[in-house]
Design a protein around this ligand. Structure first.
Ligand code: HEM
Length: 278
C-alpha cells in the first residue's frame, strides 16, 4: 500500500468536530484516564490494567448472568443457554489473561506492593455479586462494603433474590422433574447445600437425556461454566503463590491458604455428584 494513501478518498469520515466519534461513544477519555499508578515502578501499569479489564469482563458477566437467570425464571431457556455460553467464554478470556500477569516477577511486584495499602480483589463488589448470583452466599463477605451504602443495597438485593441455580431447580420442577419442597422454599439468603433429593432428580435426567434434553443441556451448561470458574480460582491462587509465596494478602487474609479454601466451593453440588452415581 502506498504510504500517501488517504482512506478519506474512499469515504472514511475524518471530521468529528460535531459528530460522535469512536472515542466519544466509548468514553475513552474516562476509560484511559483511569490508570493512576502510585509508584514509579514500570510494572504497576500492568497490575492496574489487569484488574480493570477483569472488572470490565465481570461487568459483562453480571449483565449476562442476571439476564440468563431472568430468562430461566420466565421459561425462556434457549436465550438463557446462549447467555450462559457467553459467560463461559468470558471466563475463558479471564483465564487466559493470567498469562499476562504472570510475566510480573516477585521482585517486580515487591517494588509497588506496599503502595496498595489494605486494598485487595477481596473487596471487589462485582466479584462478590457474581458469587452471590451463582449461589455462593456468605453474608460475612458484605463486611468490607459496609462503608458504601450503594454497594450494600446492590449486594443485599442480590442476596434477597433466588440464585441462578435456585431458578434452574424451580424450572426443572415446573417441567415435571419434582424437586424437594424444602429446597424450593429454602431461605435464598443462604448458600444452597447438597441435597439428596435434588441429586436423585438430576440422576433421572442424566440416565435418560433424550426425553429430558432441555434440562440435560442446561445442566451441562452450568457444569461447563463452573468448570471455567474453577479454573479461574485455580489460576488466581497459582499466580498468587508464584508472586507472593505464602505472605499474607494485602486484604488481610492468610493469602494462598484463604484462596485454597475457596477452591472447595461447589456452586452446583448435585451436578458434580451425579457423575459418580451414573
Ligand atoms: C499479583 C497479582 C495478585 C495477587 C498477589 C493477588 C492476591 C490476592 C490475595 C492474597 C487474595 C486474598 C485476599 C487478601 O488477603 O488480599 C486475593 C483475593 C482476590 N483477588 Fe487477587 N491477587 C492478584 C491478582 C488478582 C487479579 C488480576 C484479580 C482480578 C480481578 C484478582 C481478584 C481477586 C478476587 C476477586 C479476590 C477475592 C477471592 C475470594 O474471596 O474468593 N486478583 N488476591
Amino acid at each position: 500500500m502506498s504510504s500517501n494513501y488517504d482512506p478519506a478518498s474512499e469515504g472514511a469520515e475524518t471530521e468529528f468536530a460535531r459528530k460522535m466519534s469512536y472515542g466519544d461513544y466509548l468514553h475513552l477519555d474516562a476509560l484511559l484516564g483511569a490508570q493512576h499508578p502510585l509508584s514509579d515502578s514500570h510494572d504497576e501499569m500492568l497490575f492496574i490494567i489487569q484488574h480493570q479489564t477483569s472488572e470490565l469482563w465481570m461487568r459483562l458477566a453480571i449483565h449476562e448472568l442476571r439476564a440468563a437467570r431472568h430468562a430461566i425464571a420466565s421459561d425462556e431457556v434457549p436465550p438463557a443457554m446462549k447467555m450462559l455460553a457467553r459467560v463461559s467464554r468470558i471466563f475463558e478470556q479471564l483465564n487466559n489473561a493470567w498469562d499476562v500477569l504472570r510475566t510480573m516477577t516477585p521482585s517486580e511486584y515487591t517494588r509497588f506492593r506496599s503502595r496498595l495499602g489494605q486494598s485487595s480483589g477481596f473487596q471487589s463488589f462485582q466479584y462478590r455479586q457474581i458469587e452471590y448470583l451463582l449461589g455462593n452466599r456468605n453474608e460475612a463477605m458484605l463486611k468490607p462494603h459496609a462503608h458504601d451504602a450503594e454497594v450494600m443495597t446492590l449486594l443485599e438485593a442480590e442476596l434477597a433474590t433466588p440464585s441462578l441455580y435456585d431458578e434452574v431447580l424451580r424450572l426443572a420442577d415446573r417441567k415435571g422433574l419434582a424437586m424437594p419442597a424444602v429446597v424450593l422454599s429454602r431461605d435464598v439468603r443462604e448458600t444452597h447445600r447438597f441435597d439428596e433429593g435434588v441429586l436423585q432428580a438430576w440422576r433421572r435426567v442424566y440416565e435418560a437425556p433424550e426425553p429430558n434434553w432441555m434440562l440435560y443441556e442446561l445442566a451441562e451448561k452450568l457444569v461447563d461454566f463452573e468448570d471455567y470458574f474453577r479454573r479461574w480460582r485455580f489460576n488466581h491462587v497459582t499466580t498468587v503463590e508464584r508472586v507472593i509465596g505464602f505472605k499474607r494478602g494485602t486484604g488481610g487474609t492468610g493469602g494462598v491458604s484463604y484462596l485454597k479454601r475457596m477452591l472447595e466451593v461447589e456452586l452446583f453440588p448435585e451436578l458434580w455428584r451425579v457423575r459418580t452415581i451414573l
